[in-house]
Structures are given as structure tokens and as C-alpha cells.
Ligand binder design. Structure first.
Ligand code: COA
Length: 260
């Protein structure tokens, strides 16, 4: 299916979504959320897609935020709906049981930054800039920024970024744990794909179960989380991949995982 605001590219066992409104710095409009929502459903229904990469088109921006033209038309009532729709789509993305990786190739501001926060891992190009500049527009983050950012960088850093509204560069984002690694822009996607291929060569059922448990850790008490981990541990012990992985170790050979 062709999308108006995204490019969806299926590789062998993963997919790449490219936000594609480069003339508007990939600002997130309603159509882009519709398209993203559709992609998420497609990924959920495609067992052969075992990882997802999000990036932006062009060399300047991942996404420069919610579309300010659409935002400008909001009032007290429609503003709540505006926030809720984007939030629901980003929450659906964050709940995917496969690794979701943002390859942040420039500005990730406002909703663009929040979209990276909904991903599980962030890699950035050297020119990337992250920020929640909403206070400069007289609003607050509306797609999870006040909730996810402090969970990733801590309350104090998130407070600074959100109340001052000033962007931080890729190195600062790396220092505060917002991004996992920084690469030259022309290597960003290649390095991200190499990372994806490296873990997809392992037991993909185990990778997916690990994602499931890690995401659960954000919402469960320690006892509930440990119980959930044991449940999934038991399930992976019932897979062919588990037999192959442990047998290969004992036979001192490389495991040949089949994903079943
Ligand atoms: N919504 C809608 N359009 C946007 C946008 C947004 N969030 N961010 C950029 N654009 C558009 C600009 O209006 C411009 O369109 P035009 O050529 O039709 O006038 C185009 O993208 C290029 O942006 P421009 O501002 O000219 O680029 P720049 O290099 O001078 O500045 C930024 C880049 C990112 C600093 C600047 O675009 C900016 O501050 N954007 C808004 C960031 C923001 O506040 N995001 C939070 C929104 S809640």
C-alpha cells in the first residue's frame, strides 16, 4: 500500500518507515498519524516483520513536531482530541512486541521527539537535535513527552528540557541517556540496519519475549514483573530455538535459529 506521508519498506525480516514530508521537516499532521496507525496494524499482522526502524526523509529532520498549522486551529475541546489521537498512535507503536528503533537524522522536536520516545531504542546522527519546545508555543507536550521523557532521562533533565524548551544536541542526548549511540549522518541508517541484523540473527522468539518483558517492567510491580518474566521464560523453553541454542552451545557450534 502507498502512503501519502510515509514510505514503508519491507526488508527480509524487518521494515523501515520513513516519515516523508521533507518540505515541512516531516511535521506530524493528521494524515501522518493515520498512516502510522495503519503501518502499526500491518506490522502487528505480519509475523515475518521482526523489527521496525523509523527515520525521516531528507538530511535536516526526523520530525520537527506536530503540524503547527493544524495545531493552530485547536480550541480547549479539539486540543484534547488532538493530543489523544497522537498519544494513542504512539502508545500502539511503543507496545509493539518487536524492537522499534528510531534512526534520528536531524531535528526531533516536540511531537518528533515524542515519537522517538515511543520507540524502544534511539540512534542519532551527529547533526540531530532533540527538544520539547512546546512552551514557546504556549502549550505543553501532548504526545507523551511529560510521561516518557522523565522515565528515560530522569525527572530533573526532563523538567529542564520541557520548562526551558531549549533543544539539546546529539552528544548531550547521548550523555543523558536519551540516545544509545551517535553516528555520522551518512552512516546512520546503515549502522542501524547492521544493529537490527545482528540481533535478528539470534533467536527471534527470545528477542521478542525479552521486549515483551522489558516493556512490562515499565507498568508492573517488581513481583508482578518477575512473575511475568518466569511465565515467558517457561514459554521460550518450549521452543525449537531454545533446544537449538542450548544444544549448539554444548556441541561447540554456531546455533542455527529458525524462529520457531
Ligand atoms: N509544523 C508545521 N510546519 C513546520 C513545522 C511544524 N512543526 N516545522 C517546520 N515546518 C515548516 C515550516 O513552516 C517551513 O514551511 P514553509 O517552507 O512552507 O514556510 C518548512 O517546514 C521549513 O521550516 P523552516 O522553519 O523554514 O526551517 P528552518 O531551518 O529555518 O528552522 C526549525 C527549522 C526546526 C528550527 C523550525 O522549523 C522550527 O522551529 N519548527 C517548529 C518546531 C516546534 O516548535 N515544534 C513543536 C511543535 S508542537
Amino acid at each position: 500500500m502507498e502512503y501519502q506521508t510515509l514510505i514503508f519498506e519491507k526488508k527480509e525480516n524487518y521494515a523501515i518507515v520513513t516519515l516523508n514530508r521533507p518540505d515541512k521537516l516531516n511535521a506530524l499532521n493528521k494524515q501522518m498519524f493515520d498512516d502510522l496507525n495503519d503501518v502499526i496494524t500491518k506490522v502487528q499482522l505480519s509475523p515475518d516483520i521482526k523489527a521496525l526502524i523509523l527515520t525521516g526523509s531528507g538530511e535536516k529532520a526526523f520530525a520537527a513536531g506536530a503540524d503547527i498549522k493544524e495545531l493552530n486551529a485547536c480550541d480547549k475541546y479539539s486540543g484534547k482530541l488532538f493530543s489523544e489521537y497522537g498519544s494513542v498512535v504512539m502508545q500502539r507503536l511503543s507496545e509493539l512486541k518487536i524492537p522499534v528503533i528510531a534512526a534520528v537524522n536531524g531535528f526531533a522536536l516536540g511531537g518528533g521527539c515524542e515519537l522517538t520516545l515511543a520507540c524502544h531504542i534511539r540512534f542519532a546522527s551527529e547533526n540531530a537535535k532533540f527538544g520539547q519546545p512546546e512552551v514557546n508555543l504556549g502549550i505543553i507536550p501532548g504526545y507523551g513527552g511529560t510521561q516518557r521523557l522523565p522515565r528515560i532521562v530522569g525527572l530533573s533533565k526532563a523538567m529542564e528540557m520541557i520548562i526551558a524548551g531549549n533543544p539539546i544536541d546529539a552528544q548531550e542526548a547521548y550523555r543523558c541517556g536519551l540516545v544509545n549511540a551517535v553516528f555520522p549522518l551518512n552512516e546512520l541508517l546503515q549502522k542501524t540496519e547492521e544493529f537490527v541484523k545482528s540481533f535478528l540473527a539470534k533467536g527471534t522468539i527470545a528477542v521478542s519475549a525479552a521486549v515483551d518483558c522489558l516493556l512490562a517492567s515499565q507498568n508492573l510491580s517488581i513481583m508482578e514483573g518477575l512473575s511475568y518474566e518466569s511465565k515467558l521464560f517457561g514459554e521460550v523453553c518450549g521452543t525449537e530455538d531454545f533446544k537449538e541454542g542450548t544444544t549448539a552451545f554444548l556441541e561447540k557450534r554456531k546455533a542455527n535459529f529458525k524462529g520457531n
